[in-house]
Ligand binder design. Sequence first.
Ligand SMILES: Nc1nc2c(ncn2[C@@H]2O[C@H](COP(=O)(O)OP(=O)(O)OP(=O)(O)O)[C@@H](O)[C@H]2O)c(=O)[nH]1
Ligand SMILES: [Mg+2]
Length: 250
Amino acid sequence: MLEPLEMSDVSRVESPLVLVPAYNAGQSVGAVVAQVRALGLSVVVVDDGSSDDTGAQAEQAGAIVLRHPVNQGKGAALQTGFAYARRTGSSALITMDADGQHAASELASLLRAYSEHPDGLIIGVRSFDPMVMPRRSRIGNRISTYWISLFAKRVHHDTQSGFRIYPRRLFSLPLRTRRFDTETEILLWAAKLNVPLIEVPISTIYHGGHRSHFRNWEDTLRVIRLVLSSPLWRVEPESGAMPHGMTEAL
Ligand SMILES: Nc1nc2c(ncn2[C@@H]2O[C@H](COP(=O)(O)OP(=O)(O)OP(=O)(O)O)[C@@H](O)[C@H]2O)c(=O)[nH]1
Ligand SMILES: [Mg+2]
């Protein structure tokens, strides 16, 4: 049984919203939402054109559900949630996956880091231990973490983790991506904008019968194209801090 979060853990955090992008996650999303709700946090699930009962399961477990009529990708779903969080005035946003790979019980560690670094990007970092992470995921994660660190010019230990806390500045960026590349785009912008990076260890969870929506070639090529183009992205010179179009997106 999960206990409500200790308020001392989150003293400077005003009820952050939890955003869960979900696609055909009817089997797992209800439990994810219920566990987060049990901690006293609000949850928004973006049902991204699922053909199963993802939306109904999420709603039944106590989430606010936003729906895309057709599947648009994890990044597009995140951006629908980002727009919702901006409209409702959130100063920070927690993201979690819908497939049960992120433990709600570990939210307290991320929130503790956030209360110490409210302007930082907080990332839950998994271990790439062969005992817990399947080979295919391990290789992909190692390669992407190496290259993205190189282009971000700072050391990341897990660039593909979707268990994060974004400060408002990072969910107000005008982004160019819509799929699994969006989380990488945000890391690269965060580095350019000198947003502090705070990594917090989390468990590596792979369930039996695990099914990934990540399409090896297509999604990998998208990330490579994005990373290679990133040195050309410019931070707005006069503000010294914002990329083009950022103010329009606020
Ligand atoms: N909204 C939306 N969410 C998606 C889409 N594809 C995946 N997701 C969600 O994104 C999260 C991560 O997707 P996964 O397919 O598990 O990918 P992953 O966790 O990076 O890869 P694994 O390590 O293999 O699990 C899950 O919560 C999915 O429901 C999509 O097209 N739209
Ligand atoms: Mg997953």
